[in-house]
Design a protein. Structure first.
Lengths: 220, 310
């Protein structure tokens, strides 16, 4: 008799979000495999007629459903069953190469706090190929990671009320680019002229979940 | 599509709204749409429209609009003292206007957002599947902005016209004056320290003045949650987030699509129309309810709307 696959042991927690939505939590770590599973689960759920919207985040899926068609308990059972499936092999996401001028207002302070030279900080930030874990928060914003361990530090204690569009920032284990001028609590280390929010495209975002992003240092 | 109204005075914040752009959240775009979906749907149904057509959402101070042709209209939601040619006009009732008639509003008497539907629907810019105005990205509706004096509002064609005088019975309308929002514990409610959990579901909160269509900051007893920083996850309107400041935020229609703050409660769908009618300075309470009760309240609202669908 074949042994059950280890993937059948995914422990998934389902929490109600009011009466028309739920949060399915596959895990709480920043982990590419977990994110792949979350994206696959959201894609499977979107095909259901009783599901209005399913959005994967790092290791969760937020599901909006029609309570006239299915109960929360029945949907939770269906989600647990779907989550035991082996996720499909993920195609490598599109690779975006993003030029960054590393002259952010927080660069010096961040380098000091991390005990790094500015040059080393830039090398470390531009080295990995980051994964787009999710697009969300504001139009076109993407959570990219994981950051090299040497660059991990908490968010700013006092968020800025105004961060310019194009600012390249880090916080926690992640990095991102502010697509629009907005408030923000991440550390600003550089800027890019690449536009992330594309209001005349559908979807209106340059990045999609699962894409890959490589930064490189540029001069203007 | 024909010219329906000319904007004489825009009011405080009058925008074109429909049911929003739910699929755009995958790109981080707020879902948007009418804050009070019940009032929006009822206004449409009263004039014979599908409930998803675009309406005007007036905020606290309504607009002054001159009709450019005969039309059928309905005003629902907040009571902002609507008038036709200066004479008080009934709310939640279909009304016939002739060319040159003027719709205006007086003083706010209750609620925060009034909806105006016209037979055929208002026509605005369509963006990502919706005519809803998104102010942050300046897209949708009236070129992505609130109405200004001199704007011309286009309305769609109608195949038939419902009659004037159709009304939603008073007992079928939401009780906007009862500022209790029913909610279910959120996924991170367990992070609340015990006094804070008690306060969340018992204390009075005030809608702060920096509240808007994105969300309401709730002033009240400071709440405390414990635990590590969370990775961001997709959130929904009705979610009550708790930032480190201890002052909860109730997410509304134009909410940010993802957040990393603990979600300590989620206001149920049947209470969102009441939430939409709260204005800065209003006091509210969050009362814990059960899923079964939430669904019963939801069903009651739906049958009220279905009664107009004939």
């Amino acid at each position: 008799m074949p042994r059950p696959r280890s993937t059948a042991r995914v422990r998934i927690q389902v929490h109600p979000l009011g009466d028309t939505a739920l949060l399915a939590q596959l895990g709480s770590r920043l982990d590419t495999a977990l994110n792949t599973r979350a994206i696959a689960l959201a894609a499977a759920l979107k095909k259901r007629r009783d599901v209005r919207q399913a959005l994967a985040a790092h290791g969760t899926v937020t599901v909006q459903f029609d309570p006239d068609q299915i109960t929360l308990d029945a949907l939770a059972t269906a989600i647990r069953r779907l989550a035991t499936r082996r996720p499909p092999l993920e195609e490598p996401g599109r690779l975006h190469r993003i030029p960054v001028v590393y002259d952010g207002p927080d660069l010096e302070e961040v380098a000091t706090e991390l005990h790094l030279s500015r040059r080393r900080l830039v090398e470390l930030h531009a080295a990995p190929i980051y994964r787009v874990f999710l697009v969300g928060f504001v139009p076109g914003w993407a959570y990219l990671g994981p950051l090299p361990e040497e660059l991990v530090l908490p968010r700013r204690k006092v968020p800025r009320t105004r961060v310019p569009a194009g600012s390249v920032a880090i916080a926690g284990q992640e990095t991102g680019i502010y697509p629009l001028e907005s408030p923000g609590g991440w550390h600003l280390i550089g800027r890019t002229s690449v536009r992330l929010f594309l209001p005349d495209s559908d979807p209106p975002s340059l990045f999609r979940a699962g894409d890959r992003v490589k930064f490189f240092a540029a001069t203007e | 599509m024909t010219e329906g109204f000319r904007v004489v005075e825009p009011g405080l914040l009058t925008t074109i709204q429909d049911m929003g752009r739910a699929h755009a959240v995958a790109a981080g775009v707020p879902p948007g749409g009418a804050m009070d979906r019940f009032a929006h749907a009822a206004a449409n149904l009263l004039v014979g429209n599908h409930r998803s057509l675009a309406t005007l959402e007036g905020t606290l101070i309504g607009p002054r609009l001159a009709a450019a042709r005969h039309c059928l209209l309905a005003i629902t939601g907040a009571d902002l003292d609507p008038r036709i040619n200066g004479a008080p006009a009934p709310t939640w009732t279909s009304l016939s206007l002739e060319e040159g008639d003027e719709l205006s509003f007086g003083a706010r008497r209750g609620g925060a957002r009034a909806y105006v539907a016209v037979a055929g629907g208002f026509i605005g810019d369509r963006w990502l599947g919706s005519m809803s105005t998104n102010l942050m990205t300046a897209r949708g509706g009236m070129h992505g902005r609130a109405l200004i004096a001199g704007d011309v509002l286009a309305i769609g064609e109608t195949a038939w016209e419902a009659e004037a005088g159709r009304t939603l019975a008073p007992d079928a309308r939401p009780r906007y004056s009862e500022h209790t929002l029913f909610a279910i514990e959120g996924p991170q409610a367990g992070r609340l320290v015990s006094e804070s959990r008690r306060d969340l579901f018992n204390a009075a909160f005030t809608v702060s003045h920096d509240s808007n269509r994105m969300g309401y900051r709730l002033q009240g007893p400071g709440l405390e949650a414990r635990g590590e920083e969370l990775l961001s996850f997709a959130v929904i309107a009705g979610a009550v987030q708790l930032p480190a400041s201890g002052q909860p935020i109730l997410l509304m229609a134009d909410h940010q699509t993802a957040g990393g703050y603990p979600v300590v409660a989620v206001v149920v769908s049947a209470s969102m129309p009441v939430a939409a009618q709260l204005a800065p300075g209003d006091e509210l309470r969050i009362a814990e309810t059960t899923l079964a009760d939430a669904l019963a309240m939801r069903a009651a609202q739906r049958s009220a709307l279905d009664s107009l669908n004939s």
